[in-house]
Write a protein that binds this ligand. Sequence first.
Ligand code: NAD
Length: 359
Amino acid sequence: MPTLAPDVLHTFVRDTCAALGSSETEQTLVADQLVGANLAGHDSHGVGMVPAYVGGAKADQLKINGHAEVVQDSGALLVLDGKQAFGQVNGFETMQLGIERAKEHGVAITGLRNSFHIGRIGHWGEQCAAAGMASLHFVNVTGHGPMVAPYGGREARFITNPVCIAVPGRPDGDGNRPLAMLDMATSVIAGGKARVAHEEGRPVPDNSMIDASGKVTTDPSGLLTQPRTSALLAFGDHKGSGLAIMAELVGAALIGGTTMQPGNKRVAGRIINNMLSIIIDPAATGSIDGFVAEAEAYLEYVRSSELREGFNEVLMPGDPEKRSRSNRSDGIPVDDATLDLLRKSAASAGLDGADDRLR
Ligand SMILES: NC(=O)c1ccc[n+]([C@@H]2O[C@H](COP(=O)([O-])OP(=O)(O)OC[C@H]3O[C@@H](n4cnc5c(N)ncnc54)[C@H](O)[C@@H]3O)[C@@H](O)[C@H]2O)c1
């Protein structure tokens, strides 16, 4: 598989956004998050999203150079309308505001509704952690048709509704990355991972997807057709399914966002996220140093568990992403089919010489 330097991909994303008309700040925020997702090992939310963004912008579903607008402000609770602007801009600006308010009140809750795709949610947990904040994020995905079946059902009723929980480390440790961060889709695999498997001609993992009759399948193609003929399964049976449903309720309905109920408009290619974030300043609960020391001691204790057969280590949430970052710092593997799609989408965005890029 070809391997590309992170800065080459970063420049490509920036230039494609510039061709769409994005401001310099927007170009940088989008490129930072997408390349950051590849570096973290989440290719499903990396540069492979560019064609979806170009398609969204050209169909006027993604609004270039928009910003989230505060529509409710009760001090520690803010609700913002993302107005279908780039999620990378909406997410960044919402977290900035939330962090400021958490410093003031000890805790802040932000509700970002009606944003175009906000990408890898861990990016927002990392922004909070870099400012010394712990955070919890509940997200729903809507705007297009459902793709995950509820526990017991064979028809999809929601999308991959991610949840993220991050705690900060020592202020000067590891580039102010979270000490630990759980960042996951509530489906067995993220939808983008089915797309990547399909593009690479690979099956999806066992027990992650069902076909139209409700039988388990490993063929991702039914998820990529319109209308979809397959559905992803929620992780952990009724528990993951329940968490995804609650993410619809608190991540969207509670903050005035749209859920997946059929009364709301659905358009193929329109990727809307709503996100409720709870941002907590550990300094408001006691000493940040005391908190981190206790958390580090606990994580060390968990790592020391005797291993089960077939395992050679116990990892903490966030460890795989840290490892991926150090493995990929010199080069990110991107398959030929994705590179081809990237060039085509950049050309359709109006980027000069798109065909000669990423070679
Ligand atoms: N914006 C959206 O609409 C949207 C929707 C769904 C998912 N996403 C994003 O997709 C990304 C991928 O989600 P996913 O569910 O495929 O992630 P994943 O299954 O790769 O990882 C989920 C979590 O488990 C941890 N983990 C992984 N392997 C581990 C191991 N062996 N031991 C201990 N911990 C381990 C990871 O650190 C991570 O915190 C996430 O960043 C998520 O935010 C975004």
